[in-house]
Design a protein around this ligand. Sequence first.
Ligand code: ARG
Length: 563
Amino acid sequence: MAENQAVITALQAVLPDMQEADIASKLEAPKKHSMGDVAFPTFTLAKTLKKAPQMIASELVEKIDQSAFEKVVATGPYINFFLDKKQVTADTLKAVLAAGQNYGQNDDGKGANIALDMSSPNIAKPMSMGHLRSTVIGNALANLSAKNGYNPVKINHLGDWGTQFGKLIYAYKTWGSEAEVKADPIATLLKYYVEFHDKAKENPALDDEGRAWFKKLEDGDPEAHKLWAWFREESLKEFTEIYDRLGITFDSYNGEAFYNDKMDRVVKALEDKNLLEESQGAQIVDLSKVNENLTPAMIKRTDGATLYMTRDLAAAMYRKDTYDFAKSLYVVGGEQREHFQQLKAVLSLLDLPWADDVEHIPFGLITFNGKKMSTRKGDVVLLKDVLDDAHELALKQIEEKNPSLADKDQVAEEVGAGAVVFHDLMNDRTNNFDFKIEEVVRFEGDTGPYVQYTNARAQSILRKAGVEVDAKNITLDDAATWDIITALNAFPETVRRAFLNREPSVIAKYALGLARTFNKYYANSKILADDANKNGRLALVAAVSETLTASLSLLGVKAPKEM
Ligand code: ARG
């Protein structure tokens, strides 16, 4: 739907009580082309204005300033706008080119903070494809929140606390070697952890040893703490290599361990409200009052140790204190749905007014060639391997298509990583999808490289033209141009919708659509022909490139100018 500023401006002038965003959200595409370009339904105004919608439509049409349109007519309860296409085209291109990478930026958030819990892998384990989704969806939502005027705070809630680290310390101290860990830290630590489990199957007493070491760690034993800090540091080094390749940064790496000394207030708040109950020696909160299907939240285990939930409660409170968030989003797989329902339920039992601002953003599972990945069985697909394979496949295609390209390796990295990220984000967030690298890293079809390639094509036209594009005096008014203008105009509204729905796929699909529309135009027009509209066509090409680049950048995908 062609979201159009001229229509919004005209309506706003006659409906001063309505917000721009509210007007924008009501605009529709008329059922038939002959009925106009944009329709505004008046049904929802009937109640406040106490008039029949038909009446409202015809009265408003009388008042609307028609000069910016071909015509404006009332059709029953609708106000139908026939746009002055030549004018809208010129205005749109001027607006896009003036805004550049700021095109689509709005101020809906008015600078309020959005906390995003994202990526959050577990230390001492390699980062798997399982953590790709949280990482890239989180990053795209952070970019989208900024584009909608919010201030994102990206938090990597590292899984760096829990009995498993007691087990790991025990394993390392008993049969590990410093040299071996140094040579290949994460793989070695994972190996110790797996060995621990195998041995504990024969000798369950090992579990007690592991628990004892975790207790020491919790109590601040220097040796335990030193080993833990080392494992954490080595893990972060490996994670950072991947984050760098994806171009993703964080504002905080405060993980679970950070909350070790911040849980007393959670327990105290629960006690003050009489919410803690004892159940088989453990401390729990009954949640059946909130939702009868919810199992109780475990706050303390029989041995007094705190849990994932306790740390998440402390984290939620800490984040409210520290960031005073408008929303606190948790980008975590659908398999933790119940955990976040419990978290919210406890916060609401505590009568915290911001409990409703806590939102779980779940996502579906990735399968590999139809098979589910599993860490326990060891057949885990490493994100690093996937990025390496993607790089190689991209390089191969660049060698075929553009062998003389400078910085081939750099571009292959941007295309390879971009392809993996784009594919992840293109799928509706909650859908499961299968990952086949050959389909992901292709220059044709619904892929990131296709969008990147389209942008590079636009850039190459601009290079060939070799002139400065003039955003003034544009007089294009053909149908093929109009398709592109419609798409460009839809971008600001798409940016809003993607964020409101917490759905980066809205942007990915938009970018694919714009790329397809542009490629059709490219195939059918002589863009560089020397006639009166050449400057206008170049402005169109530049505006498309600007908008494709902005879309990719929202997704965290680079837009190489040549590939
Ligand atoms: N470390 C957890 C995992 O890998 C994800 C943590 C999600 N964030 C949170 N605040 N619980 O499954």
